[in-house]
Design a protein around this ligand. Structure first.
Ligand code: FES
Length: 176
């Protein structure tokens, strides 16, 4: 038969064991919870979009337009095209104004053609040629740095929202 002191000691050990078991189970549960939440908590970095993108000098860009009958120049990372409307250079955000699909330039049609619901946009001005797109592609601001490079500001929050008509006032980089 156990003496009182031994019984107290056995009770202490049992409590210690229970505590260790409980803390272990708690740690395991916390680890599983963290593993389950981690993929949702991770912030997806959008490469290119939102940062200033250098696109070359005005002379280089105009030369390329001249050689390709003004074919839009895609900058995949920044998600925009450089376009050559009459009188200047603009940068069109390639997000369809209908439901947001990435709009490709289709060389065989000589225009932008959204694969999602068929909207079409003009290759020089990005105004709508065929609905359901409700308005032209938005434009990014372009500036010229001291070394002559054109810089496109790809922050969608600063993009120029446009009405249906082509308005040459949106041109920030003139041909001459
Ligand atoms: S998202 Fe482009 S036409 Fe619908």
């Amino acid at each position: 038969m156990l003496r009182l002191r031994d019984r107290i000691e056995v009770g202490r050990q049992r409590r210690r064991l229970l505590r260790v078991g409980f803390l272990g189970a708690l740690g395991l549960a916390a680890g599983e919870l963290a593993a389950a939440i981690a993929p949702f908590a991770r912030v997806n970095k959008i490469e290119g979009l939102g940062v200033p993108v250098p696109v070359g000098t005005k002379a280089q860009i105009l030369e390329r337009f001249a050689a390709t009958d003004d074919e839009p120049i895609l900058f995949q990372q920044g998600r925009f095209f450089l376009l050559h409307p009459p009188g200047g250079i603009i940068a069109a955000y390639r997000k369809c104004t209908h439901l947001g699909c990435a709009v490709p330039f289709v060389a065989s049609e000589d225009r932008f053609h959204c694969p999602c619901h068929g909207s079409e946009y003009d290759k020089r001005t990005a105004v709508v040629l065929k609905t359901p797109a409700p308005k032209p592609l938005a434009l990014f601001h372009i500036s010229q740095s001291e070394d002559g490079n054109l810089i496109v500001d790809t922050n969608p929050l600063r993009a120029i929202d446009r009405s249906q008509r082509w308005d040459p006032a949106v041109i920030e980089i003139a041909d001459s």
